[in-house]
Design a protein around this ligand. Structure first.
Ligand code: SF4
Length: 374
């Protein structure tokens, strides 16, 4: 059986955060039942159409999957249970203030074994400026509750580089250090730390804000790396740190350009060299028209090789030459030798044990590396 990943999108959130540009809605809870009826139909269809596939990673994301009753998640798990590998990593995203011990236990019993908690900050004022629905204390309680329920593999998402929004102060290095200190004391296994990018169409973008400068943003990144490493986390991707052995297998699948199937609103799939996307129109989806025919892309070999390199350089170890050879029957030095030597000369990557890794400068200017492979 071919192993692949499965992404399931749950597009409901209690309130839209001020920086959020994900496909998620706070005004569509009346349609939850309707949405899931269609999600189950699509999921069953995917399972029936791909009999040769088993899933070794599942990611239930959103939106806020924990904002709906756990019976929907149990139903998802019961549809896919016969197609999961014995060691399948099953992650669900949760938002503090939308879970209790019963819901968390339901997830565990249903087969979810990894929790990703969107926290973003432990500073009360910053949580407010971001429009989060939970307090700092609720975020801490959620992590403790998750551990009490029996979750051993817990990620939290954090954000740095938060600008001054709507009269609130911008994030300081001291705020960030305080958030990291709390995070490191929670006994979790994974931390995703993202530099905030203000996307068009979000509240923050529309209101306007005073951005923090790049120097402070980089200082925050270095503070993060230094503190997390002190507490035993290892950076394995530009924004991701894990206790060794707890790296996100599902996300590594994306960065290694491996196949995945997406189900639900706006989800993307990549199978047999074809990338396709579902509609992002909620009412079209619950009308039974799932796929967006205009969003199908057949990748040629050069596209796939470029993508392999670009996404591979998101990981600190860089793209794997053996995997490249196995996939394309070519040596990546024969295809990209000149570019790699140029990036090395510019100090952005360095060759170690036959592999090109990002240097500290490469981490600061990663976009320059990615641009070479677009
Ligand atoms: S909880 Fe997540 S998906 Fe929902 S609005 Fe906030 S950032 Fe967006």
């Amino acid at each position: 059986m071919k192993k692949t990943g499965l992404y399931i999108h749950i597009p409901f959130c209690i309130r839209k955060c001020n920086y959020c540009d994900f496909v998620s809605f706070s005004d569509k809870f009346d349609y939850v039942d309707n949405y899931f009826s269609h999600l189950f139909i699509e999921l069953q269809y995917v399972i029936d159409q791909n009999k040769e596939i088993s899933f070794d990673t599942v990611y239930i994301g959103g939106g806020t999957p924990s904002s709906v009753d756990s019976r929907y998640i149990k139903q998802i798990m019961s549809i896919i249970k016969n197609r999961l590998t014995h060691d399948c990593e099953v992650t669900i995203e949760v938002n503090p203030a939308t879970v209790d011990i019963n819901k968390l236990s339901d997830y565990l019993i249903a087969g979810v074994n990894r929790l990703s908690i969107g926290i973003q900050s432990f500073e009360q004022d910053l949580l407010k400026s971001l429009g989060r629905i939970h307090s700092s204390q609720e975020a801490i309680n959620t992590v403790l509750l998750a551990r009490k329920a029996g979750f051993k593999n817990i990620n939290i998402d954090l954000i740095y580089g938060i600008p001054s929004i709507n009269g609130h102060n911008h994030q300081t290095l001291c705020d960030w250090q305080h958030t990291l200190e709390i995070a490191c004391g929670l006994g979790i296994t994974h931390i995703s730390a993202y530099s905030l990018i203000i996307e068009e169409g979000t509240n923050v973008y529309n209101w306007g804000c005073e951005y923090i400068d790049d120097v402070l943003d980089r200082e925050m990144f270095y503070k993060c790396k230094q503190m997390l490493e002190k507490y035993g986390f290892v950076q394995y991707e530009i924004s991701n740190f894990a206790v060794p052995g707890y790296e996100s297998a599902h996300n590594i699948r994306y960065w290694k350009c491996k196949e995945y199937v997406g189900v639900g609103l706006n989800s993307a799939s990549y199978l047999n060299g074809v990338r396709y996307k579902n509609t992002d129109d909620f009412h079209r989806y619950i009308g039974g028209d799932y796929q967006d025919k205009n969003e199908t892309e057949i990748l040629d070999e050069m596209d796939m090789m470029n993508e392999f390199m670009m996404l591979g350089f998101r990981m600190i170890d860089g793209p794997c030459p053996e995997e490249f050879k196995q996939r394309f029957h070519k040596d990546f030095m024969d295809v990209f030798g000149e570019k790699l030597l140029d990036l090395s000369k510019r100090g952005l990557i360095v060759k170690t044990n036959g592999r090109y890794n990002l240097t500290p400068k490469g981490l600061d200017y990663a976009n320059e590396i990615f641009r070479e492979f677009v």
